[in-house]
Every structure is written in structure tokens, then in C-alpha cells.
Design a protein around this ligand. Structure first.
Ligand code: MN
Length: 504
């Protein structure tokens, strides 16, 4: 019996139904390799390590991603945690998979600084610095992941790590959860993967904001206890509204909105609960766009809409591609309810977003020529949509107002990302040297700098840093401070002004 069948039978069955024997064999070979390589390692939950990559790959498979992505997910922790190198993966599974495994491994070096935790107590000034840093990290993750599938694997990795957070040491839980909530959930949102964004937020909210979570939970119990029972009644009323019209309804469902997004909204209206109407929401799925508008009209004829809350995201999609009609109405018994109306296709897009464009069935299709990462390659049908998506999304990053204060430069050009030996990230202009790096940490470190190591090797002060370099500053407490010639080596105005003021 295959090993995978023993570890997770439903995964094995799902693979059988999706892939031919050749692909299945490759996937099972990856499981065998990962099992042998991780043998003896346990997750902190006590499970053998192999369960983790298998669960990550299962999430990827549930998203209908292609065979290469599933294999990459199975192998994603090998270079970091075992003696199997990227080169060996390349020999056994080919360049594409090796490239993606390497990409996922690199992303694991992107972390938040330890001393940023206990954030709630931070002074405002530090907080904006923090916001700026996490935005840099988000963008770095997106910009350095040359293949979007790398990000999808990282998101799945985070979901499984958060599902098993009870196995993490308590002092590390907050940091893990905060990183996931602040960096990865927003990335899932930008890629329009509603399903994963929701799960990441649900899993992390109670850990990152336990007090707030408690307050919101109590509010929910109070406000919703009675209303939830009315779900069926409201769905029946909706069906009745549509019964005399020719429109085809695929499905109507009612749900309580996610607590985290509710809390975020509540903060925006200064905690005035009466200003939030959409604690419960109904979703109407139709077969075509015209029926969405007809349904909206019929609802408004029956129930009065609240002013200013009708949104047409079909005619004007959100920047991440999300499409739907939204309205908030005085429903039966004057209960205020939110209603979202969209087609089945729009619904799938909202749940799976960019992942939907990597569906393995699309990848089998013949494609046209096009550009990926400035290189002419064969573009398959699914990827053409994906490229449009990426362009739209890069534009969104540039347009986004939340970034304006954080960045006065064009993120995609002329910046490099380098790490401290602890894995903290610094972003610097291209051409920066170890002295720029030292001053970016602290002016004292800059002033006492006596040498530097880049990727473990001693370098001169004129060494130009490259993307991904790990830089270690050597300081000498007896140092007499910066020298005049340092000014020739620095690129950042920060370092320049600090050197000048110290020389005076
Ligand atoms: Mn992992």
C-alpha cells in the first residue's frame, strides 16, 4: 500500500481522481523522498514531520493546482530541514520544481523582528515604522516570488502551521500569528483567495488580539443568538421574492460574517456598533450577470435598501478582481441584512482568486506566446488571465493609498533587500554598501562600524550589496567614529547625514 494512502487516504483518493498514473507516480515518489528525508523529525504536536508537507500539499490540491505545485508543496521543507539540497531536487524532479522549492525556502527567511512584539503597547511613532516594515515585507514577498505558485504554497504552509499552533511554544505563538495576520492574510486578500484569507484571519485573531476577540465574541453571542435562527426564514422569504420571476437561482446561503473583518470595521467607525449593519450576510448565486441585476431590483422592490450601501462591483470590480453586487436592506421584521449577489463564476473567483487560474485543467490546454518575467515563453490559457491579474495587482500596489506614507520610491525598481544574521530584512537603494546597512540599523552601529561580513565573508566598505545578502556588521567600541572617505561609499541620505553630523 502506498505510504500516502496510509498517511491521508482522502488525499490519495483525490489525487487518483485528478491525475493520470504518470503524475500520480511522481507525486508518490515525492512523498517517499520527503518521508525518508524527514524521518526521525517530529512536529511539536508530536506527529511525524511528514504530516506537515502532506497537509500543505493537500490544501494545494484542494485548490485544483497542477501536479508540479503539489510536488513542490511536498518537498518544500527539504532544503531547510534535511540534507536534501535544491540541486538534488532538480536532478530528481526537474528545474521548475527545484526553482519553486528554492523560492519557498527563501521566503522562510523573511520574518518580523522579535522586538516588534508586544506591539499593542508600542508608541505611535514606532507603530508606523512597523506598518512600513510589514508593507515592505509583503511587497518583497510578492516581488521576489517570480512564480505566483510559490506564494500559494507559502500561504498553504501558513494555514497548516496556524491550524497546529498549539504545538508551538507559547512565547512564539504570538509572533507566528502576528506575522500570519499582518503579512500573509493581506497577501491572500490581494490575490482574491477569500477562502484562505478568511481561515488565516480566523485562526490568528484570537491569538493576536485575545481581549478584542473576547469582546467581539460576546457581542456576537448577544446580537446573533436570536438572528441566526431566522436564517431559514429569511432564505424562504428571498426564494418567495424570486418565485414569480424567470431568473435562475443556483443557491442562497446565509452566514455570520467573520469576526476579524467585523472587528476591523468596528474600529473604523470608532466602535459605534449601531453603524455596523452587516453582521449577517446572505449570498445569492445566479447563473448569469443579467439575473444578478434583476435579483437586486426585485429585492429592493420588496425591502427598502439603506442609503449609500449599494455597491456594484460587477460593473466596477475591486482591484483584486472581486465581483459582486452588494446591498444592505431592512429585511423582514426590520432586521438589517446584507445581501451579496453574484454568478457562480464570480463566486469561484472570489473564493480561489489567482489560484483558480492555475487549475490543472487549464494548464493542459494549448496556449499562445507571451511574456513572463520579461522572458518570452509559452503562455498557457490559464496563465494569460493570471498575467493580467498580476499587472492589475502590481498597479494596485503602486496606487494603494496606505502605502503612500511608507514609500516615496518605486518599489519594483532600484531597491535591494538584505538581511541581518537574525533574518530581519532591510530595504536599501541599489548600490548601498555595508555602511548604509549599519546606519540603517542604528547610528551607533554605523559610528562604531569597523568591518563587515557579507554571506560570511569579510568585505571592504565599498562592497555593493546584492539582493538576498546576509550582512553582519562588526563593531569596535573603541572606534573613533566615521572617516571622511566613508562619504564616498554611502548611497543613503540617512547614512550621509549621520556621518556628517558625527564628523562635525
Ligand atoms: Mn513548512
Amino acid at each position: 500500500m502506498s505510504l500516502l494512502k496510509k498517511i491521508k487516504p482522502e488525499f490519495y483518493d483525490l489525487l487518483r481522481s485528478k491525475f493520470d498514473d504518470k503524475d500520480l507516480k511522481r507525486i508518490l515518489a515525492a512523498v517517499e523522498l520527503a518521508d525518508i528525508a524527514h524521518r526521525g523529525q517530529l512536529r511539536r504536536t508530536g506527529e511525524p514531520y511528514i504530516h506537515h508537507p502532506v497537509e500543505v500539499a493537500y490544501l494545494i490540491c484542494e485548490m485544483n493546482l497542477d501536479c508540479d505545485t503539489i510536488i513542490t508543496a511536498i518537498l518544500h521543507d527539504l532544503p531547510e530541514d534535511t540534507n536534501i539540497s535544491v540541486e538534488e531536487i532538480s536532478r530528481r524532479f526537474g528545474k521548475t520544481i527545484a526553482f519553486m522549492v528554492d523560492g519557498v525556502t527563501k521566503l522562510s527567511h523573511v520574518r518580523l523582528q522579535k522586538d516588534w512584539f508586544g506591539l499593542l503597547g508600542l508608541r505611535k511613532q514606532r507603530l508606523s515604522y512597523f506598518e512600513q516594515q510589514i508593507e515592505t515585507i509583503r511587497k518583497m514577498i510578492m516581488a521576489t516570488s517570480k512564480d505566483m505558485r510559490i506564494i500559494l504554497i507559502k500561504l498553504a504552509d501558513k494555514i497548516h502551521n496556524m491550524r497546529t499552533i498549539e504545538g508551538v511554544l507559547p512565547e512564539k505563538r504570538l509572533r507566528f500569528a502576528k506575522e500570519t495576520l499582518d503579512i500573509y492574510a493581506p497577501i491572500a486578500e490581494r490575490l482574491n483567495i477569500g477562502k484562505w484569507k478568511g481561515e488565516l484571519e480566523d485562526l490568528t485573531f484570537p491569538i493576536v488580539y485575545p481581549e478584542e476577540y473576547k469582546v467581539i465574541s460576546e457581542l456576537y453571542t448577544k446580537q446573533l443568538g436570536a438572528r441566526e435562527k431566522k436564517f431559514d426564514k429569511i432564505i424562504k422569504s428571498l426564494l418567495k421574492i424570486f418565485s414569480s420571476s424567470p431568473i435562475k437561482i443556483v443557491r442562497i446561503s446565509g452566514r455570520i460574517k467573520h469576526k476579524y473583518s467585523f472587528w476591523k470595521k468596528l474600529k473604523k467607525v470608532s466602535n459605534d456598533y449601531s453603524k455596523i449593519y452587516d453582521l449577517i450576510a446572505f449570498r445569492i448565486i445566479t447563473t448569469n450577470e443579467q439575473d444578478c441585476y434583476t435579483a437586486l431590483g426585485l429585492i429592493h422592490k420588496r425591502w427598502k435598501p439603506l442609503p449609500g450601501l449599494i455597491k456594484d462591483y460587477i460593473a466596477q470590480p475591486k482591484p483584486n478582481g472581486y465581483q459582486s453586487l452588494h446591498t444592505t436592506v431592512y429585511g423582514p421584521g426590520r432586521n438589517i441584512i446584507e445581501i451579496q449577489i453574484r454568478t457562480q463564476e464570480m463566486h469561484e473567483e472570489a473564493e480561489e482568486g489567482i489560484a483558480a487560474h492555475w487549475h490543472y485543467s487549464d494548464i493542459k490546454n494549448q496556449g499562445a506566446k507571451g511574456y513572463v518575467n520579461n522572458k518570452l515563453t509559452n503562455i498557457k490559457k490559464g496563465q494569460l488571465i493570471w498575467l493580467k491579474e498580476l499587472a492589475r495587482w502590481q498597479k494596485q500596489i503602486k496606487d494603494s493609498r496606505e502605502l503612500e506614507h511608507a514609500l516615496s520610491y518605486d518599489f519594483f525598481k532600484d531597491r535591494i533587500f538584505v538581511y541581518t544574521p537574525q533574518g530581519d530584512v532591510r530595504d536599501l537603494p541599489e548600490g548601498s554598501t555595508p555602511i548604509d546597512f549599519a546606519y540603517s540599523i542604528h547610528s551607533d552601529i554605523g559610528n562604531k562600524c569597523s568591518g563587515a561580513r557579507v554571506n560570511g565573508k569579510l568585505v571592504g566598505f565599498d562592497k555593493q550589496l546584492k539582493n538576498g545578502d546576509v550582512v553582519e556588521v562588526i563593531t569596535n567600541q573603541k572606534s573613533s567614529g566615521p572617516k571622511w572617505d566613508w562619504l564616498e561609499y554611502v548611497k543613503t541620505s540617512n547614512a550621509r547625514s549621520k556621518i556628517k553630523s558625527s564628523l562635525k
